[in-house]
Design a protein around this ligand. Structure first.
Ligand SMILES: O=C(O)C(=O)CO
Length: 352
């Protein structure tokens, strides 16, 4: 299949005259990427842009662009995380007109791709490419901060101080990182950085992953099965993708089996946790504190999580810093460049 993609791409490129380059549809523009790199790519392809909007609005914009300016060899989504709505899900209704007219590569910002119909793309010989490098260290840094915040109960201490309760004795004392075991679920790029960060703070790290890592990649973390992770961890940090098998991975039965006074940290996807069950576990103090960046129904946050004194609540901003848009856009352009040159984007998540 890979060779047939190259073949189709080559024939699209060879039928192009010197002044007709392969066309690429882009959502938003790579306005934060290095301008020389954008200029270099403009020598290779012709960009046509549409604006971000809801799923239905972008579905209409894509259909119109394909009709008026297509066909496009690729669709690249320079998603603006600050601006809602997002054009998700990325399903057949949305990308169908592109796929049916020969688009062979779709790429969008972010490591997660739970909003993408990968089956449809693979069945139609289309690569989907994500941007796994951009979020890796940024999300791990934020996760480390959130683990420390939750261990120390600093959100609650701050709320106490703001309310005039100076070092309120009713607020549970900080837990000691050096006496605590961190259980990481999902040992990909982000999980590995979190493991290293937290070992610097003296935490014992155990992890569970679909497959055990080669020993030279474990860097001091111990592989355990999921049940052992649930039983031994003092803090659980989630770094797995959202799939049918990880949806509500942490649910009432799982919370019931954990140690009392657990700490839960989630910077992966909200729906990996059953939020009703988490609220109940916080109320019963099975879970002492939770630090969350992601929610099942973003941008809505479960009212029980907002109301709890024992939560740290962030608005899905673990990756966000001054440089992340530059790096995300550059990684998207790199996917495009490698696709144009080789027929396969560097971060393809599927085989075609
Ligand atoms: O990388 C991702 O998937 C994100 O959610 C970034 O915020």
């Amino acid at each position: 299949m890979f060779s047939s993609v190259i073949h189709q791409l080559r024939s699209m490129l060879s039928t192009a005259t010197t002044d007709s380059k392969p066309k690429v549809l882009i959502l938003n523009s790579p306005d934060k990427a290095p301008s020389e790199y954008v200029a270099q790519l403009k020598e290779m392809v012709e960009f046509h842009s549409i604006e971000q909007g809801s799923h239905d609005v972008v579905t209409g914009r894509i259909a119109e662009a394909v009709k008026e300016k297509g066909p496009f060899v690729a669709y690249v989504v320079f998603i603006n995380w600050w601006s809602r709505p997002f054009p998700w899900p990325m399903d057949q209704a949305l990308v169908g007109p592109l796929v049916e007219t020969g688009c062979k590569m779709i790429s969008s910002g972010g490591a997660g791709y739970d909003f993408v119909d990968i089956k449809y793309m693979s069945a139609n010989g289309v690569y989907y490419a994500n941007t796994p490098e951009m979020p890796a260290l940024r999300t791990a840094d934020s996760t480390a901060m959130m683990i420390l915040q939750a261990l120390r109960g600093s959100s609650q201490r701050e709320a106490d101080a703001r309310a005039g309760r100076w070092f309120d004795p009713a607020t549970p004392l900080a837990k000691d990182a050096r006496c605590s075991t961190l259980g990481i679920v999902g040992m990909g790029k982000i999980g590995k950085f979190v493991s290293q960060h937290m070992q610097h703070f003296g935490m014992k790290v155990i992890y569970h992953n679909r497959n055990r890592l080669p020993p030279d990649e474990e860097n001091g973390a111990e592989y355990v099965d999921f049940e052992t992770l649930i039983l031994r961890s003092d803090v659980i940090s989630l770094h797995c993708p959202l799939t049918e098998s990880t949806r509500h991975l942490l649910n009432k039965e799982v919370f019931d089996r954990m140690k009392k006074d657990m700490i839960i940290v989630n910077t992966s996807r909200g729906a990996v946790i059953d939020e009703d069950a988490l609220v109940e576990a916080l109320e019963s103090r099975k879970v002492l504190r939770a630090a969350l960046d992601v929610y099942e129904f973003e941008p809505k946050i479960h009212p029980g999580l907002i109301a709890s004194k024992h939560t740290t609540i962030l608005p899905h901003c673990a990756v966000a810093n001054e440089t992340f848009e530059r790096d995300q856009q550059t990684e998207l352009l790199l996917n495009l460049e490698t696709f144009i040159k080789t027929g396969k984007p560097i971060n393809a998540v599927n085989d075609v």
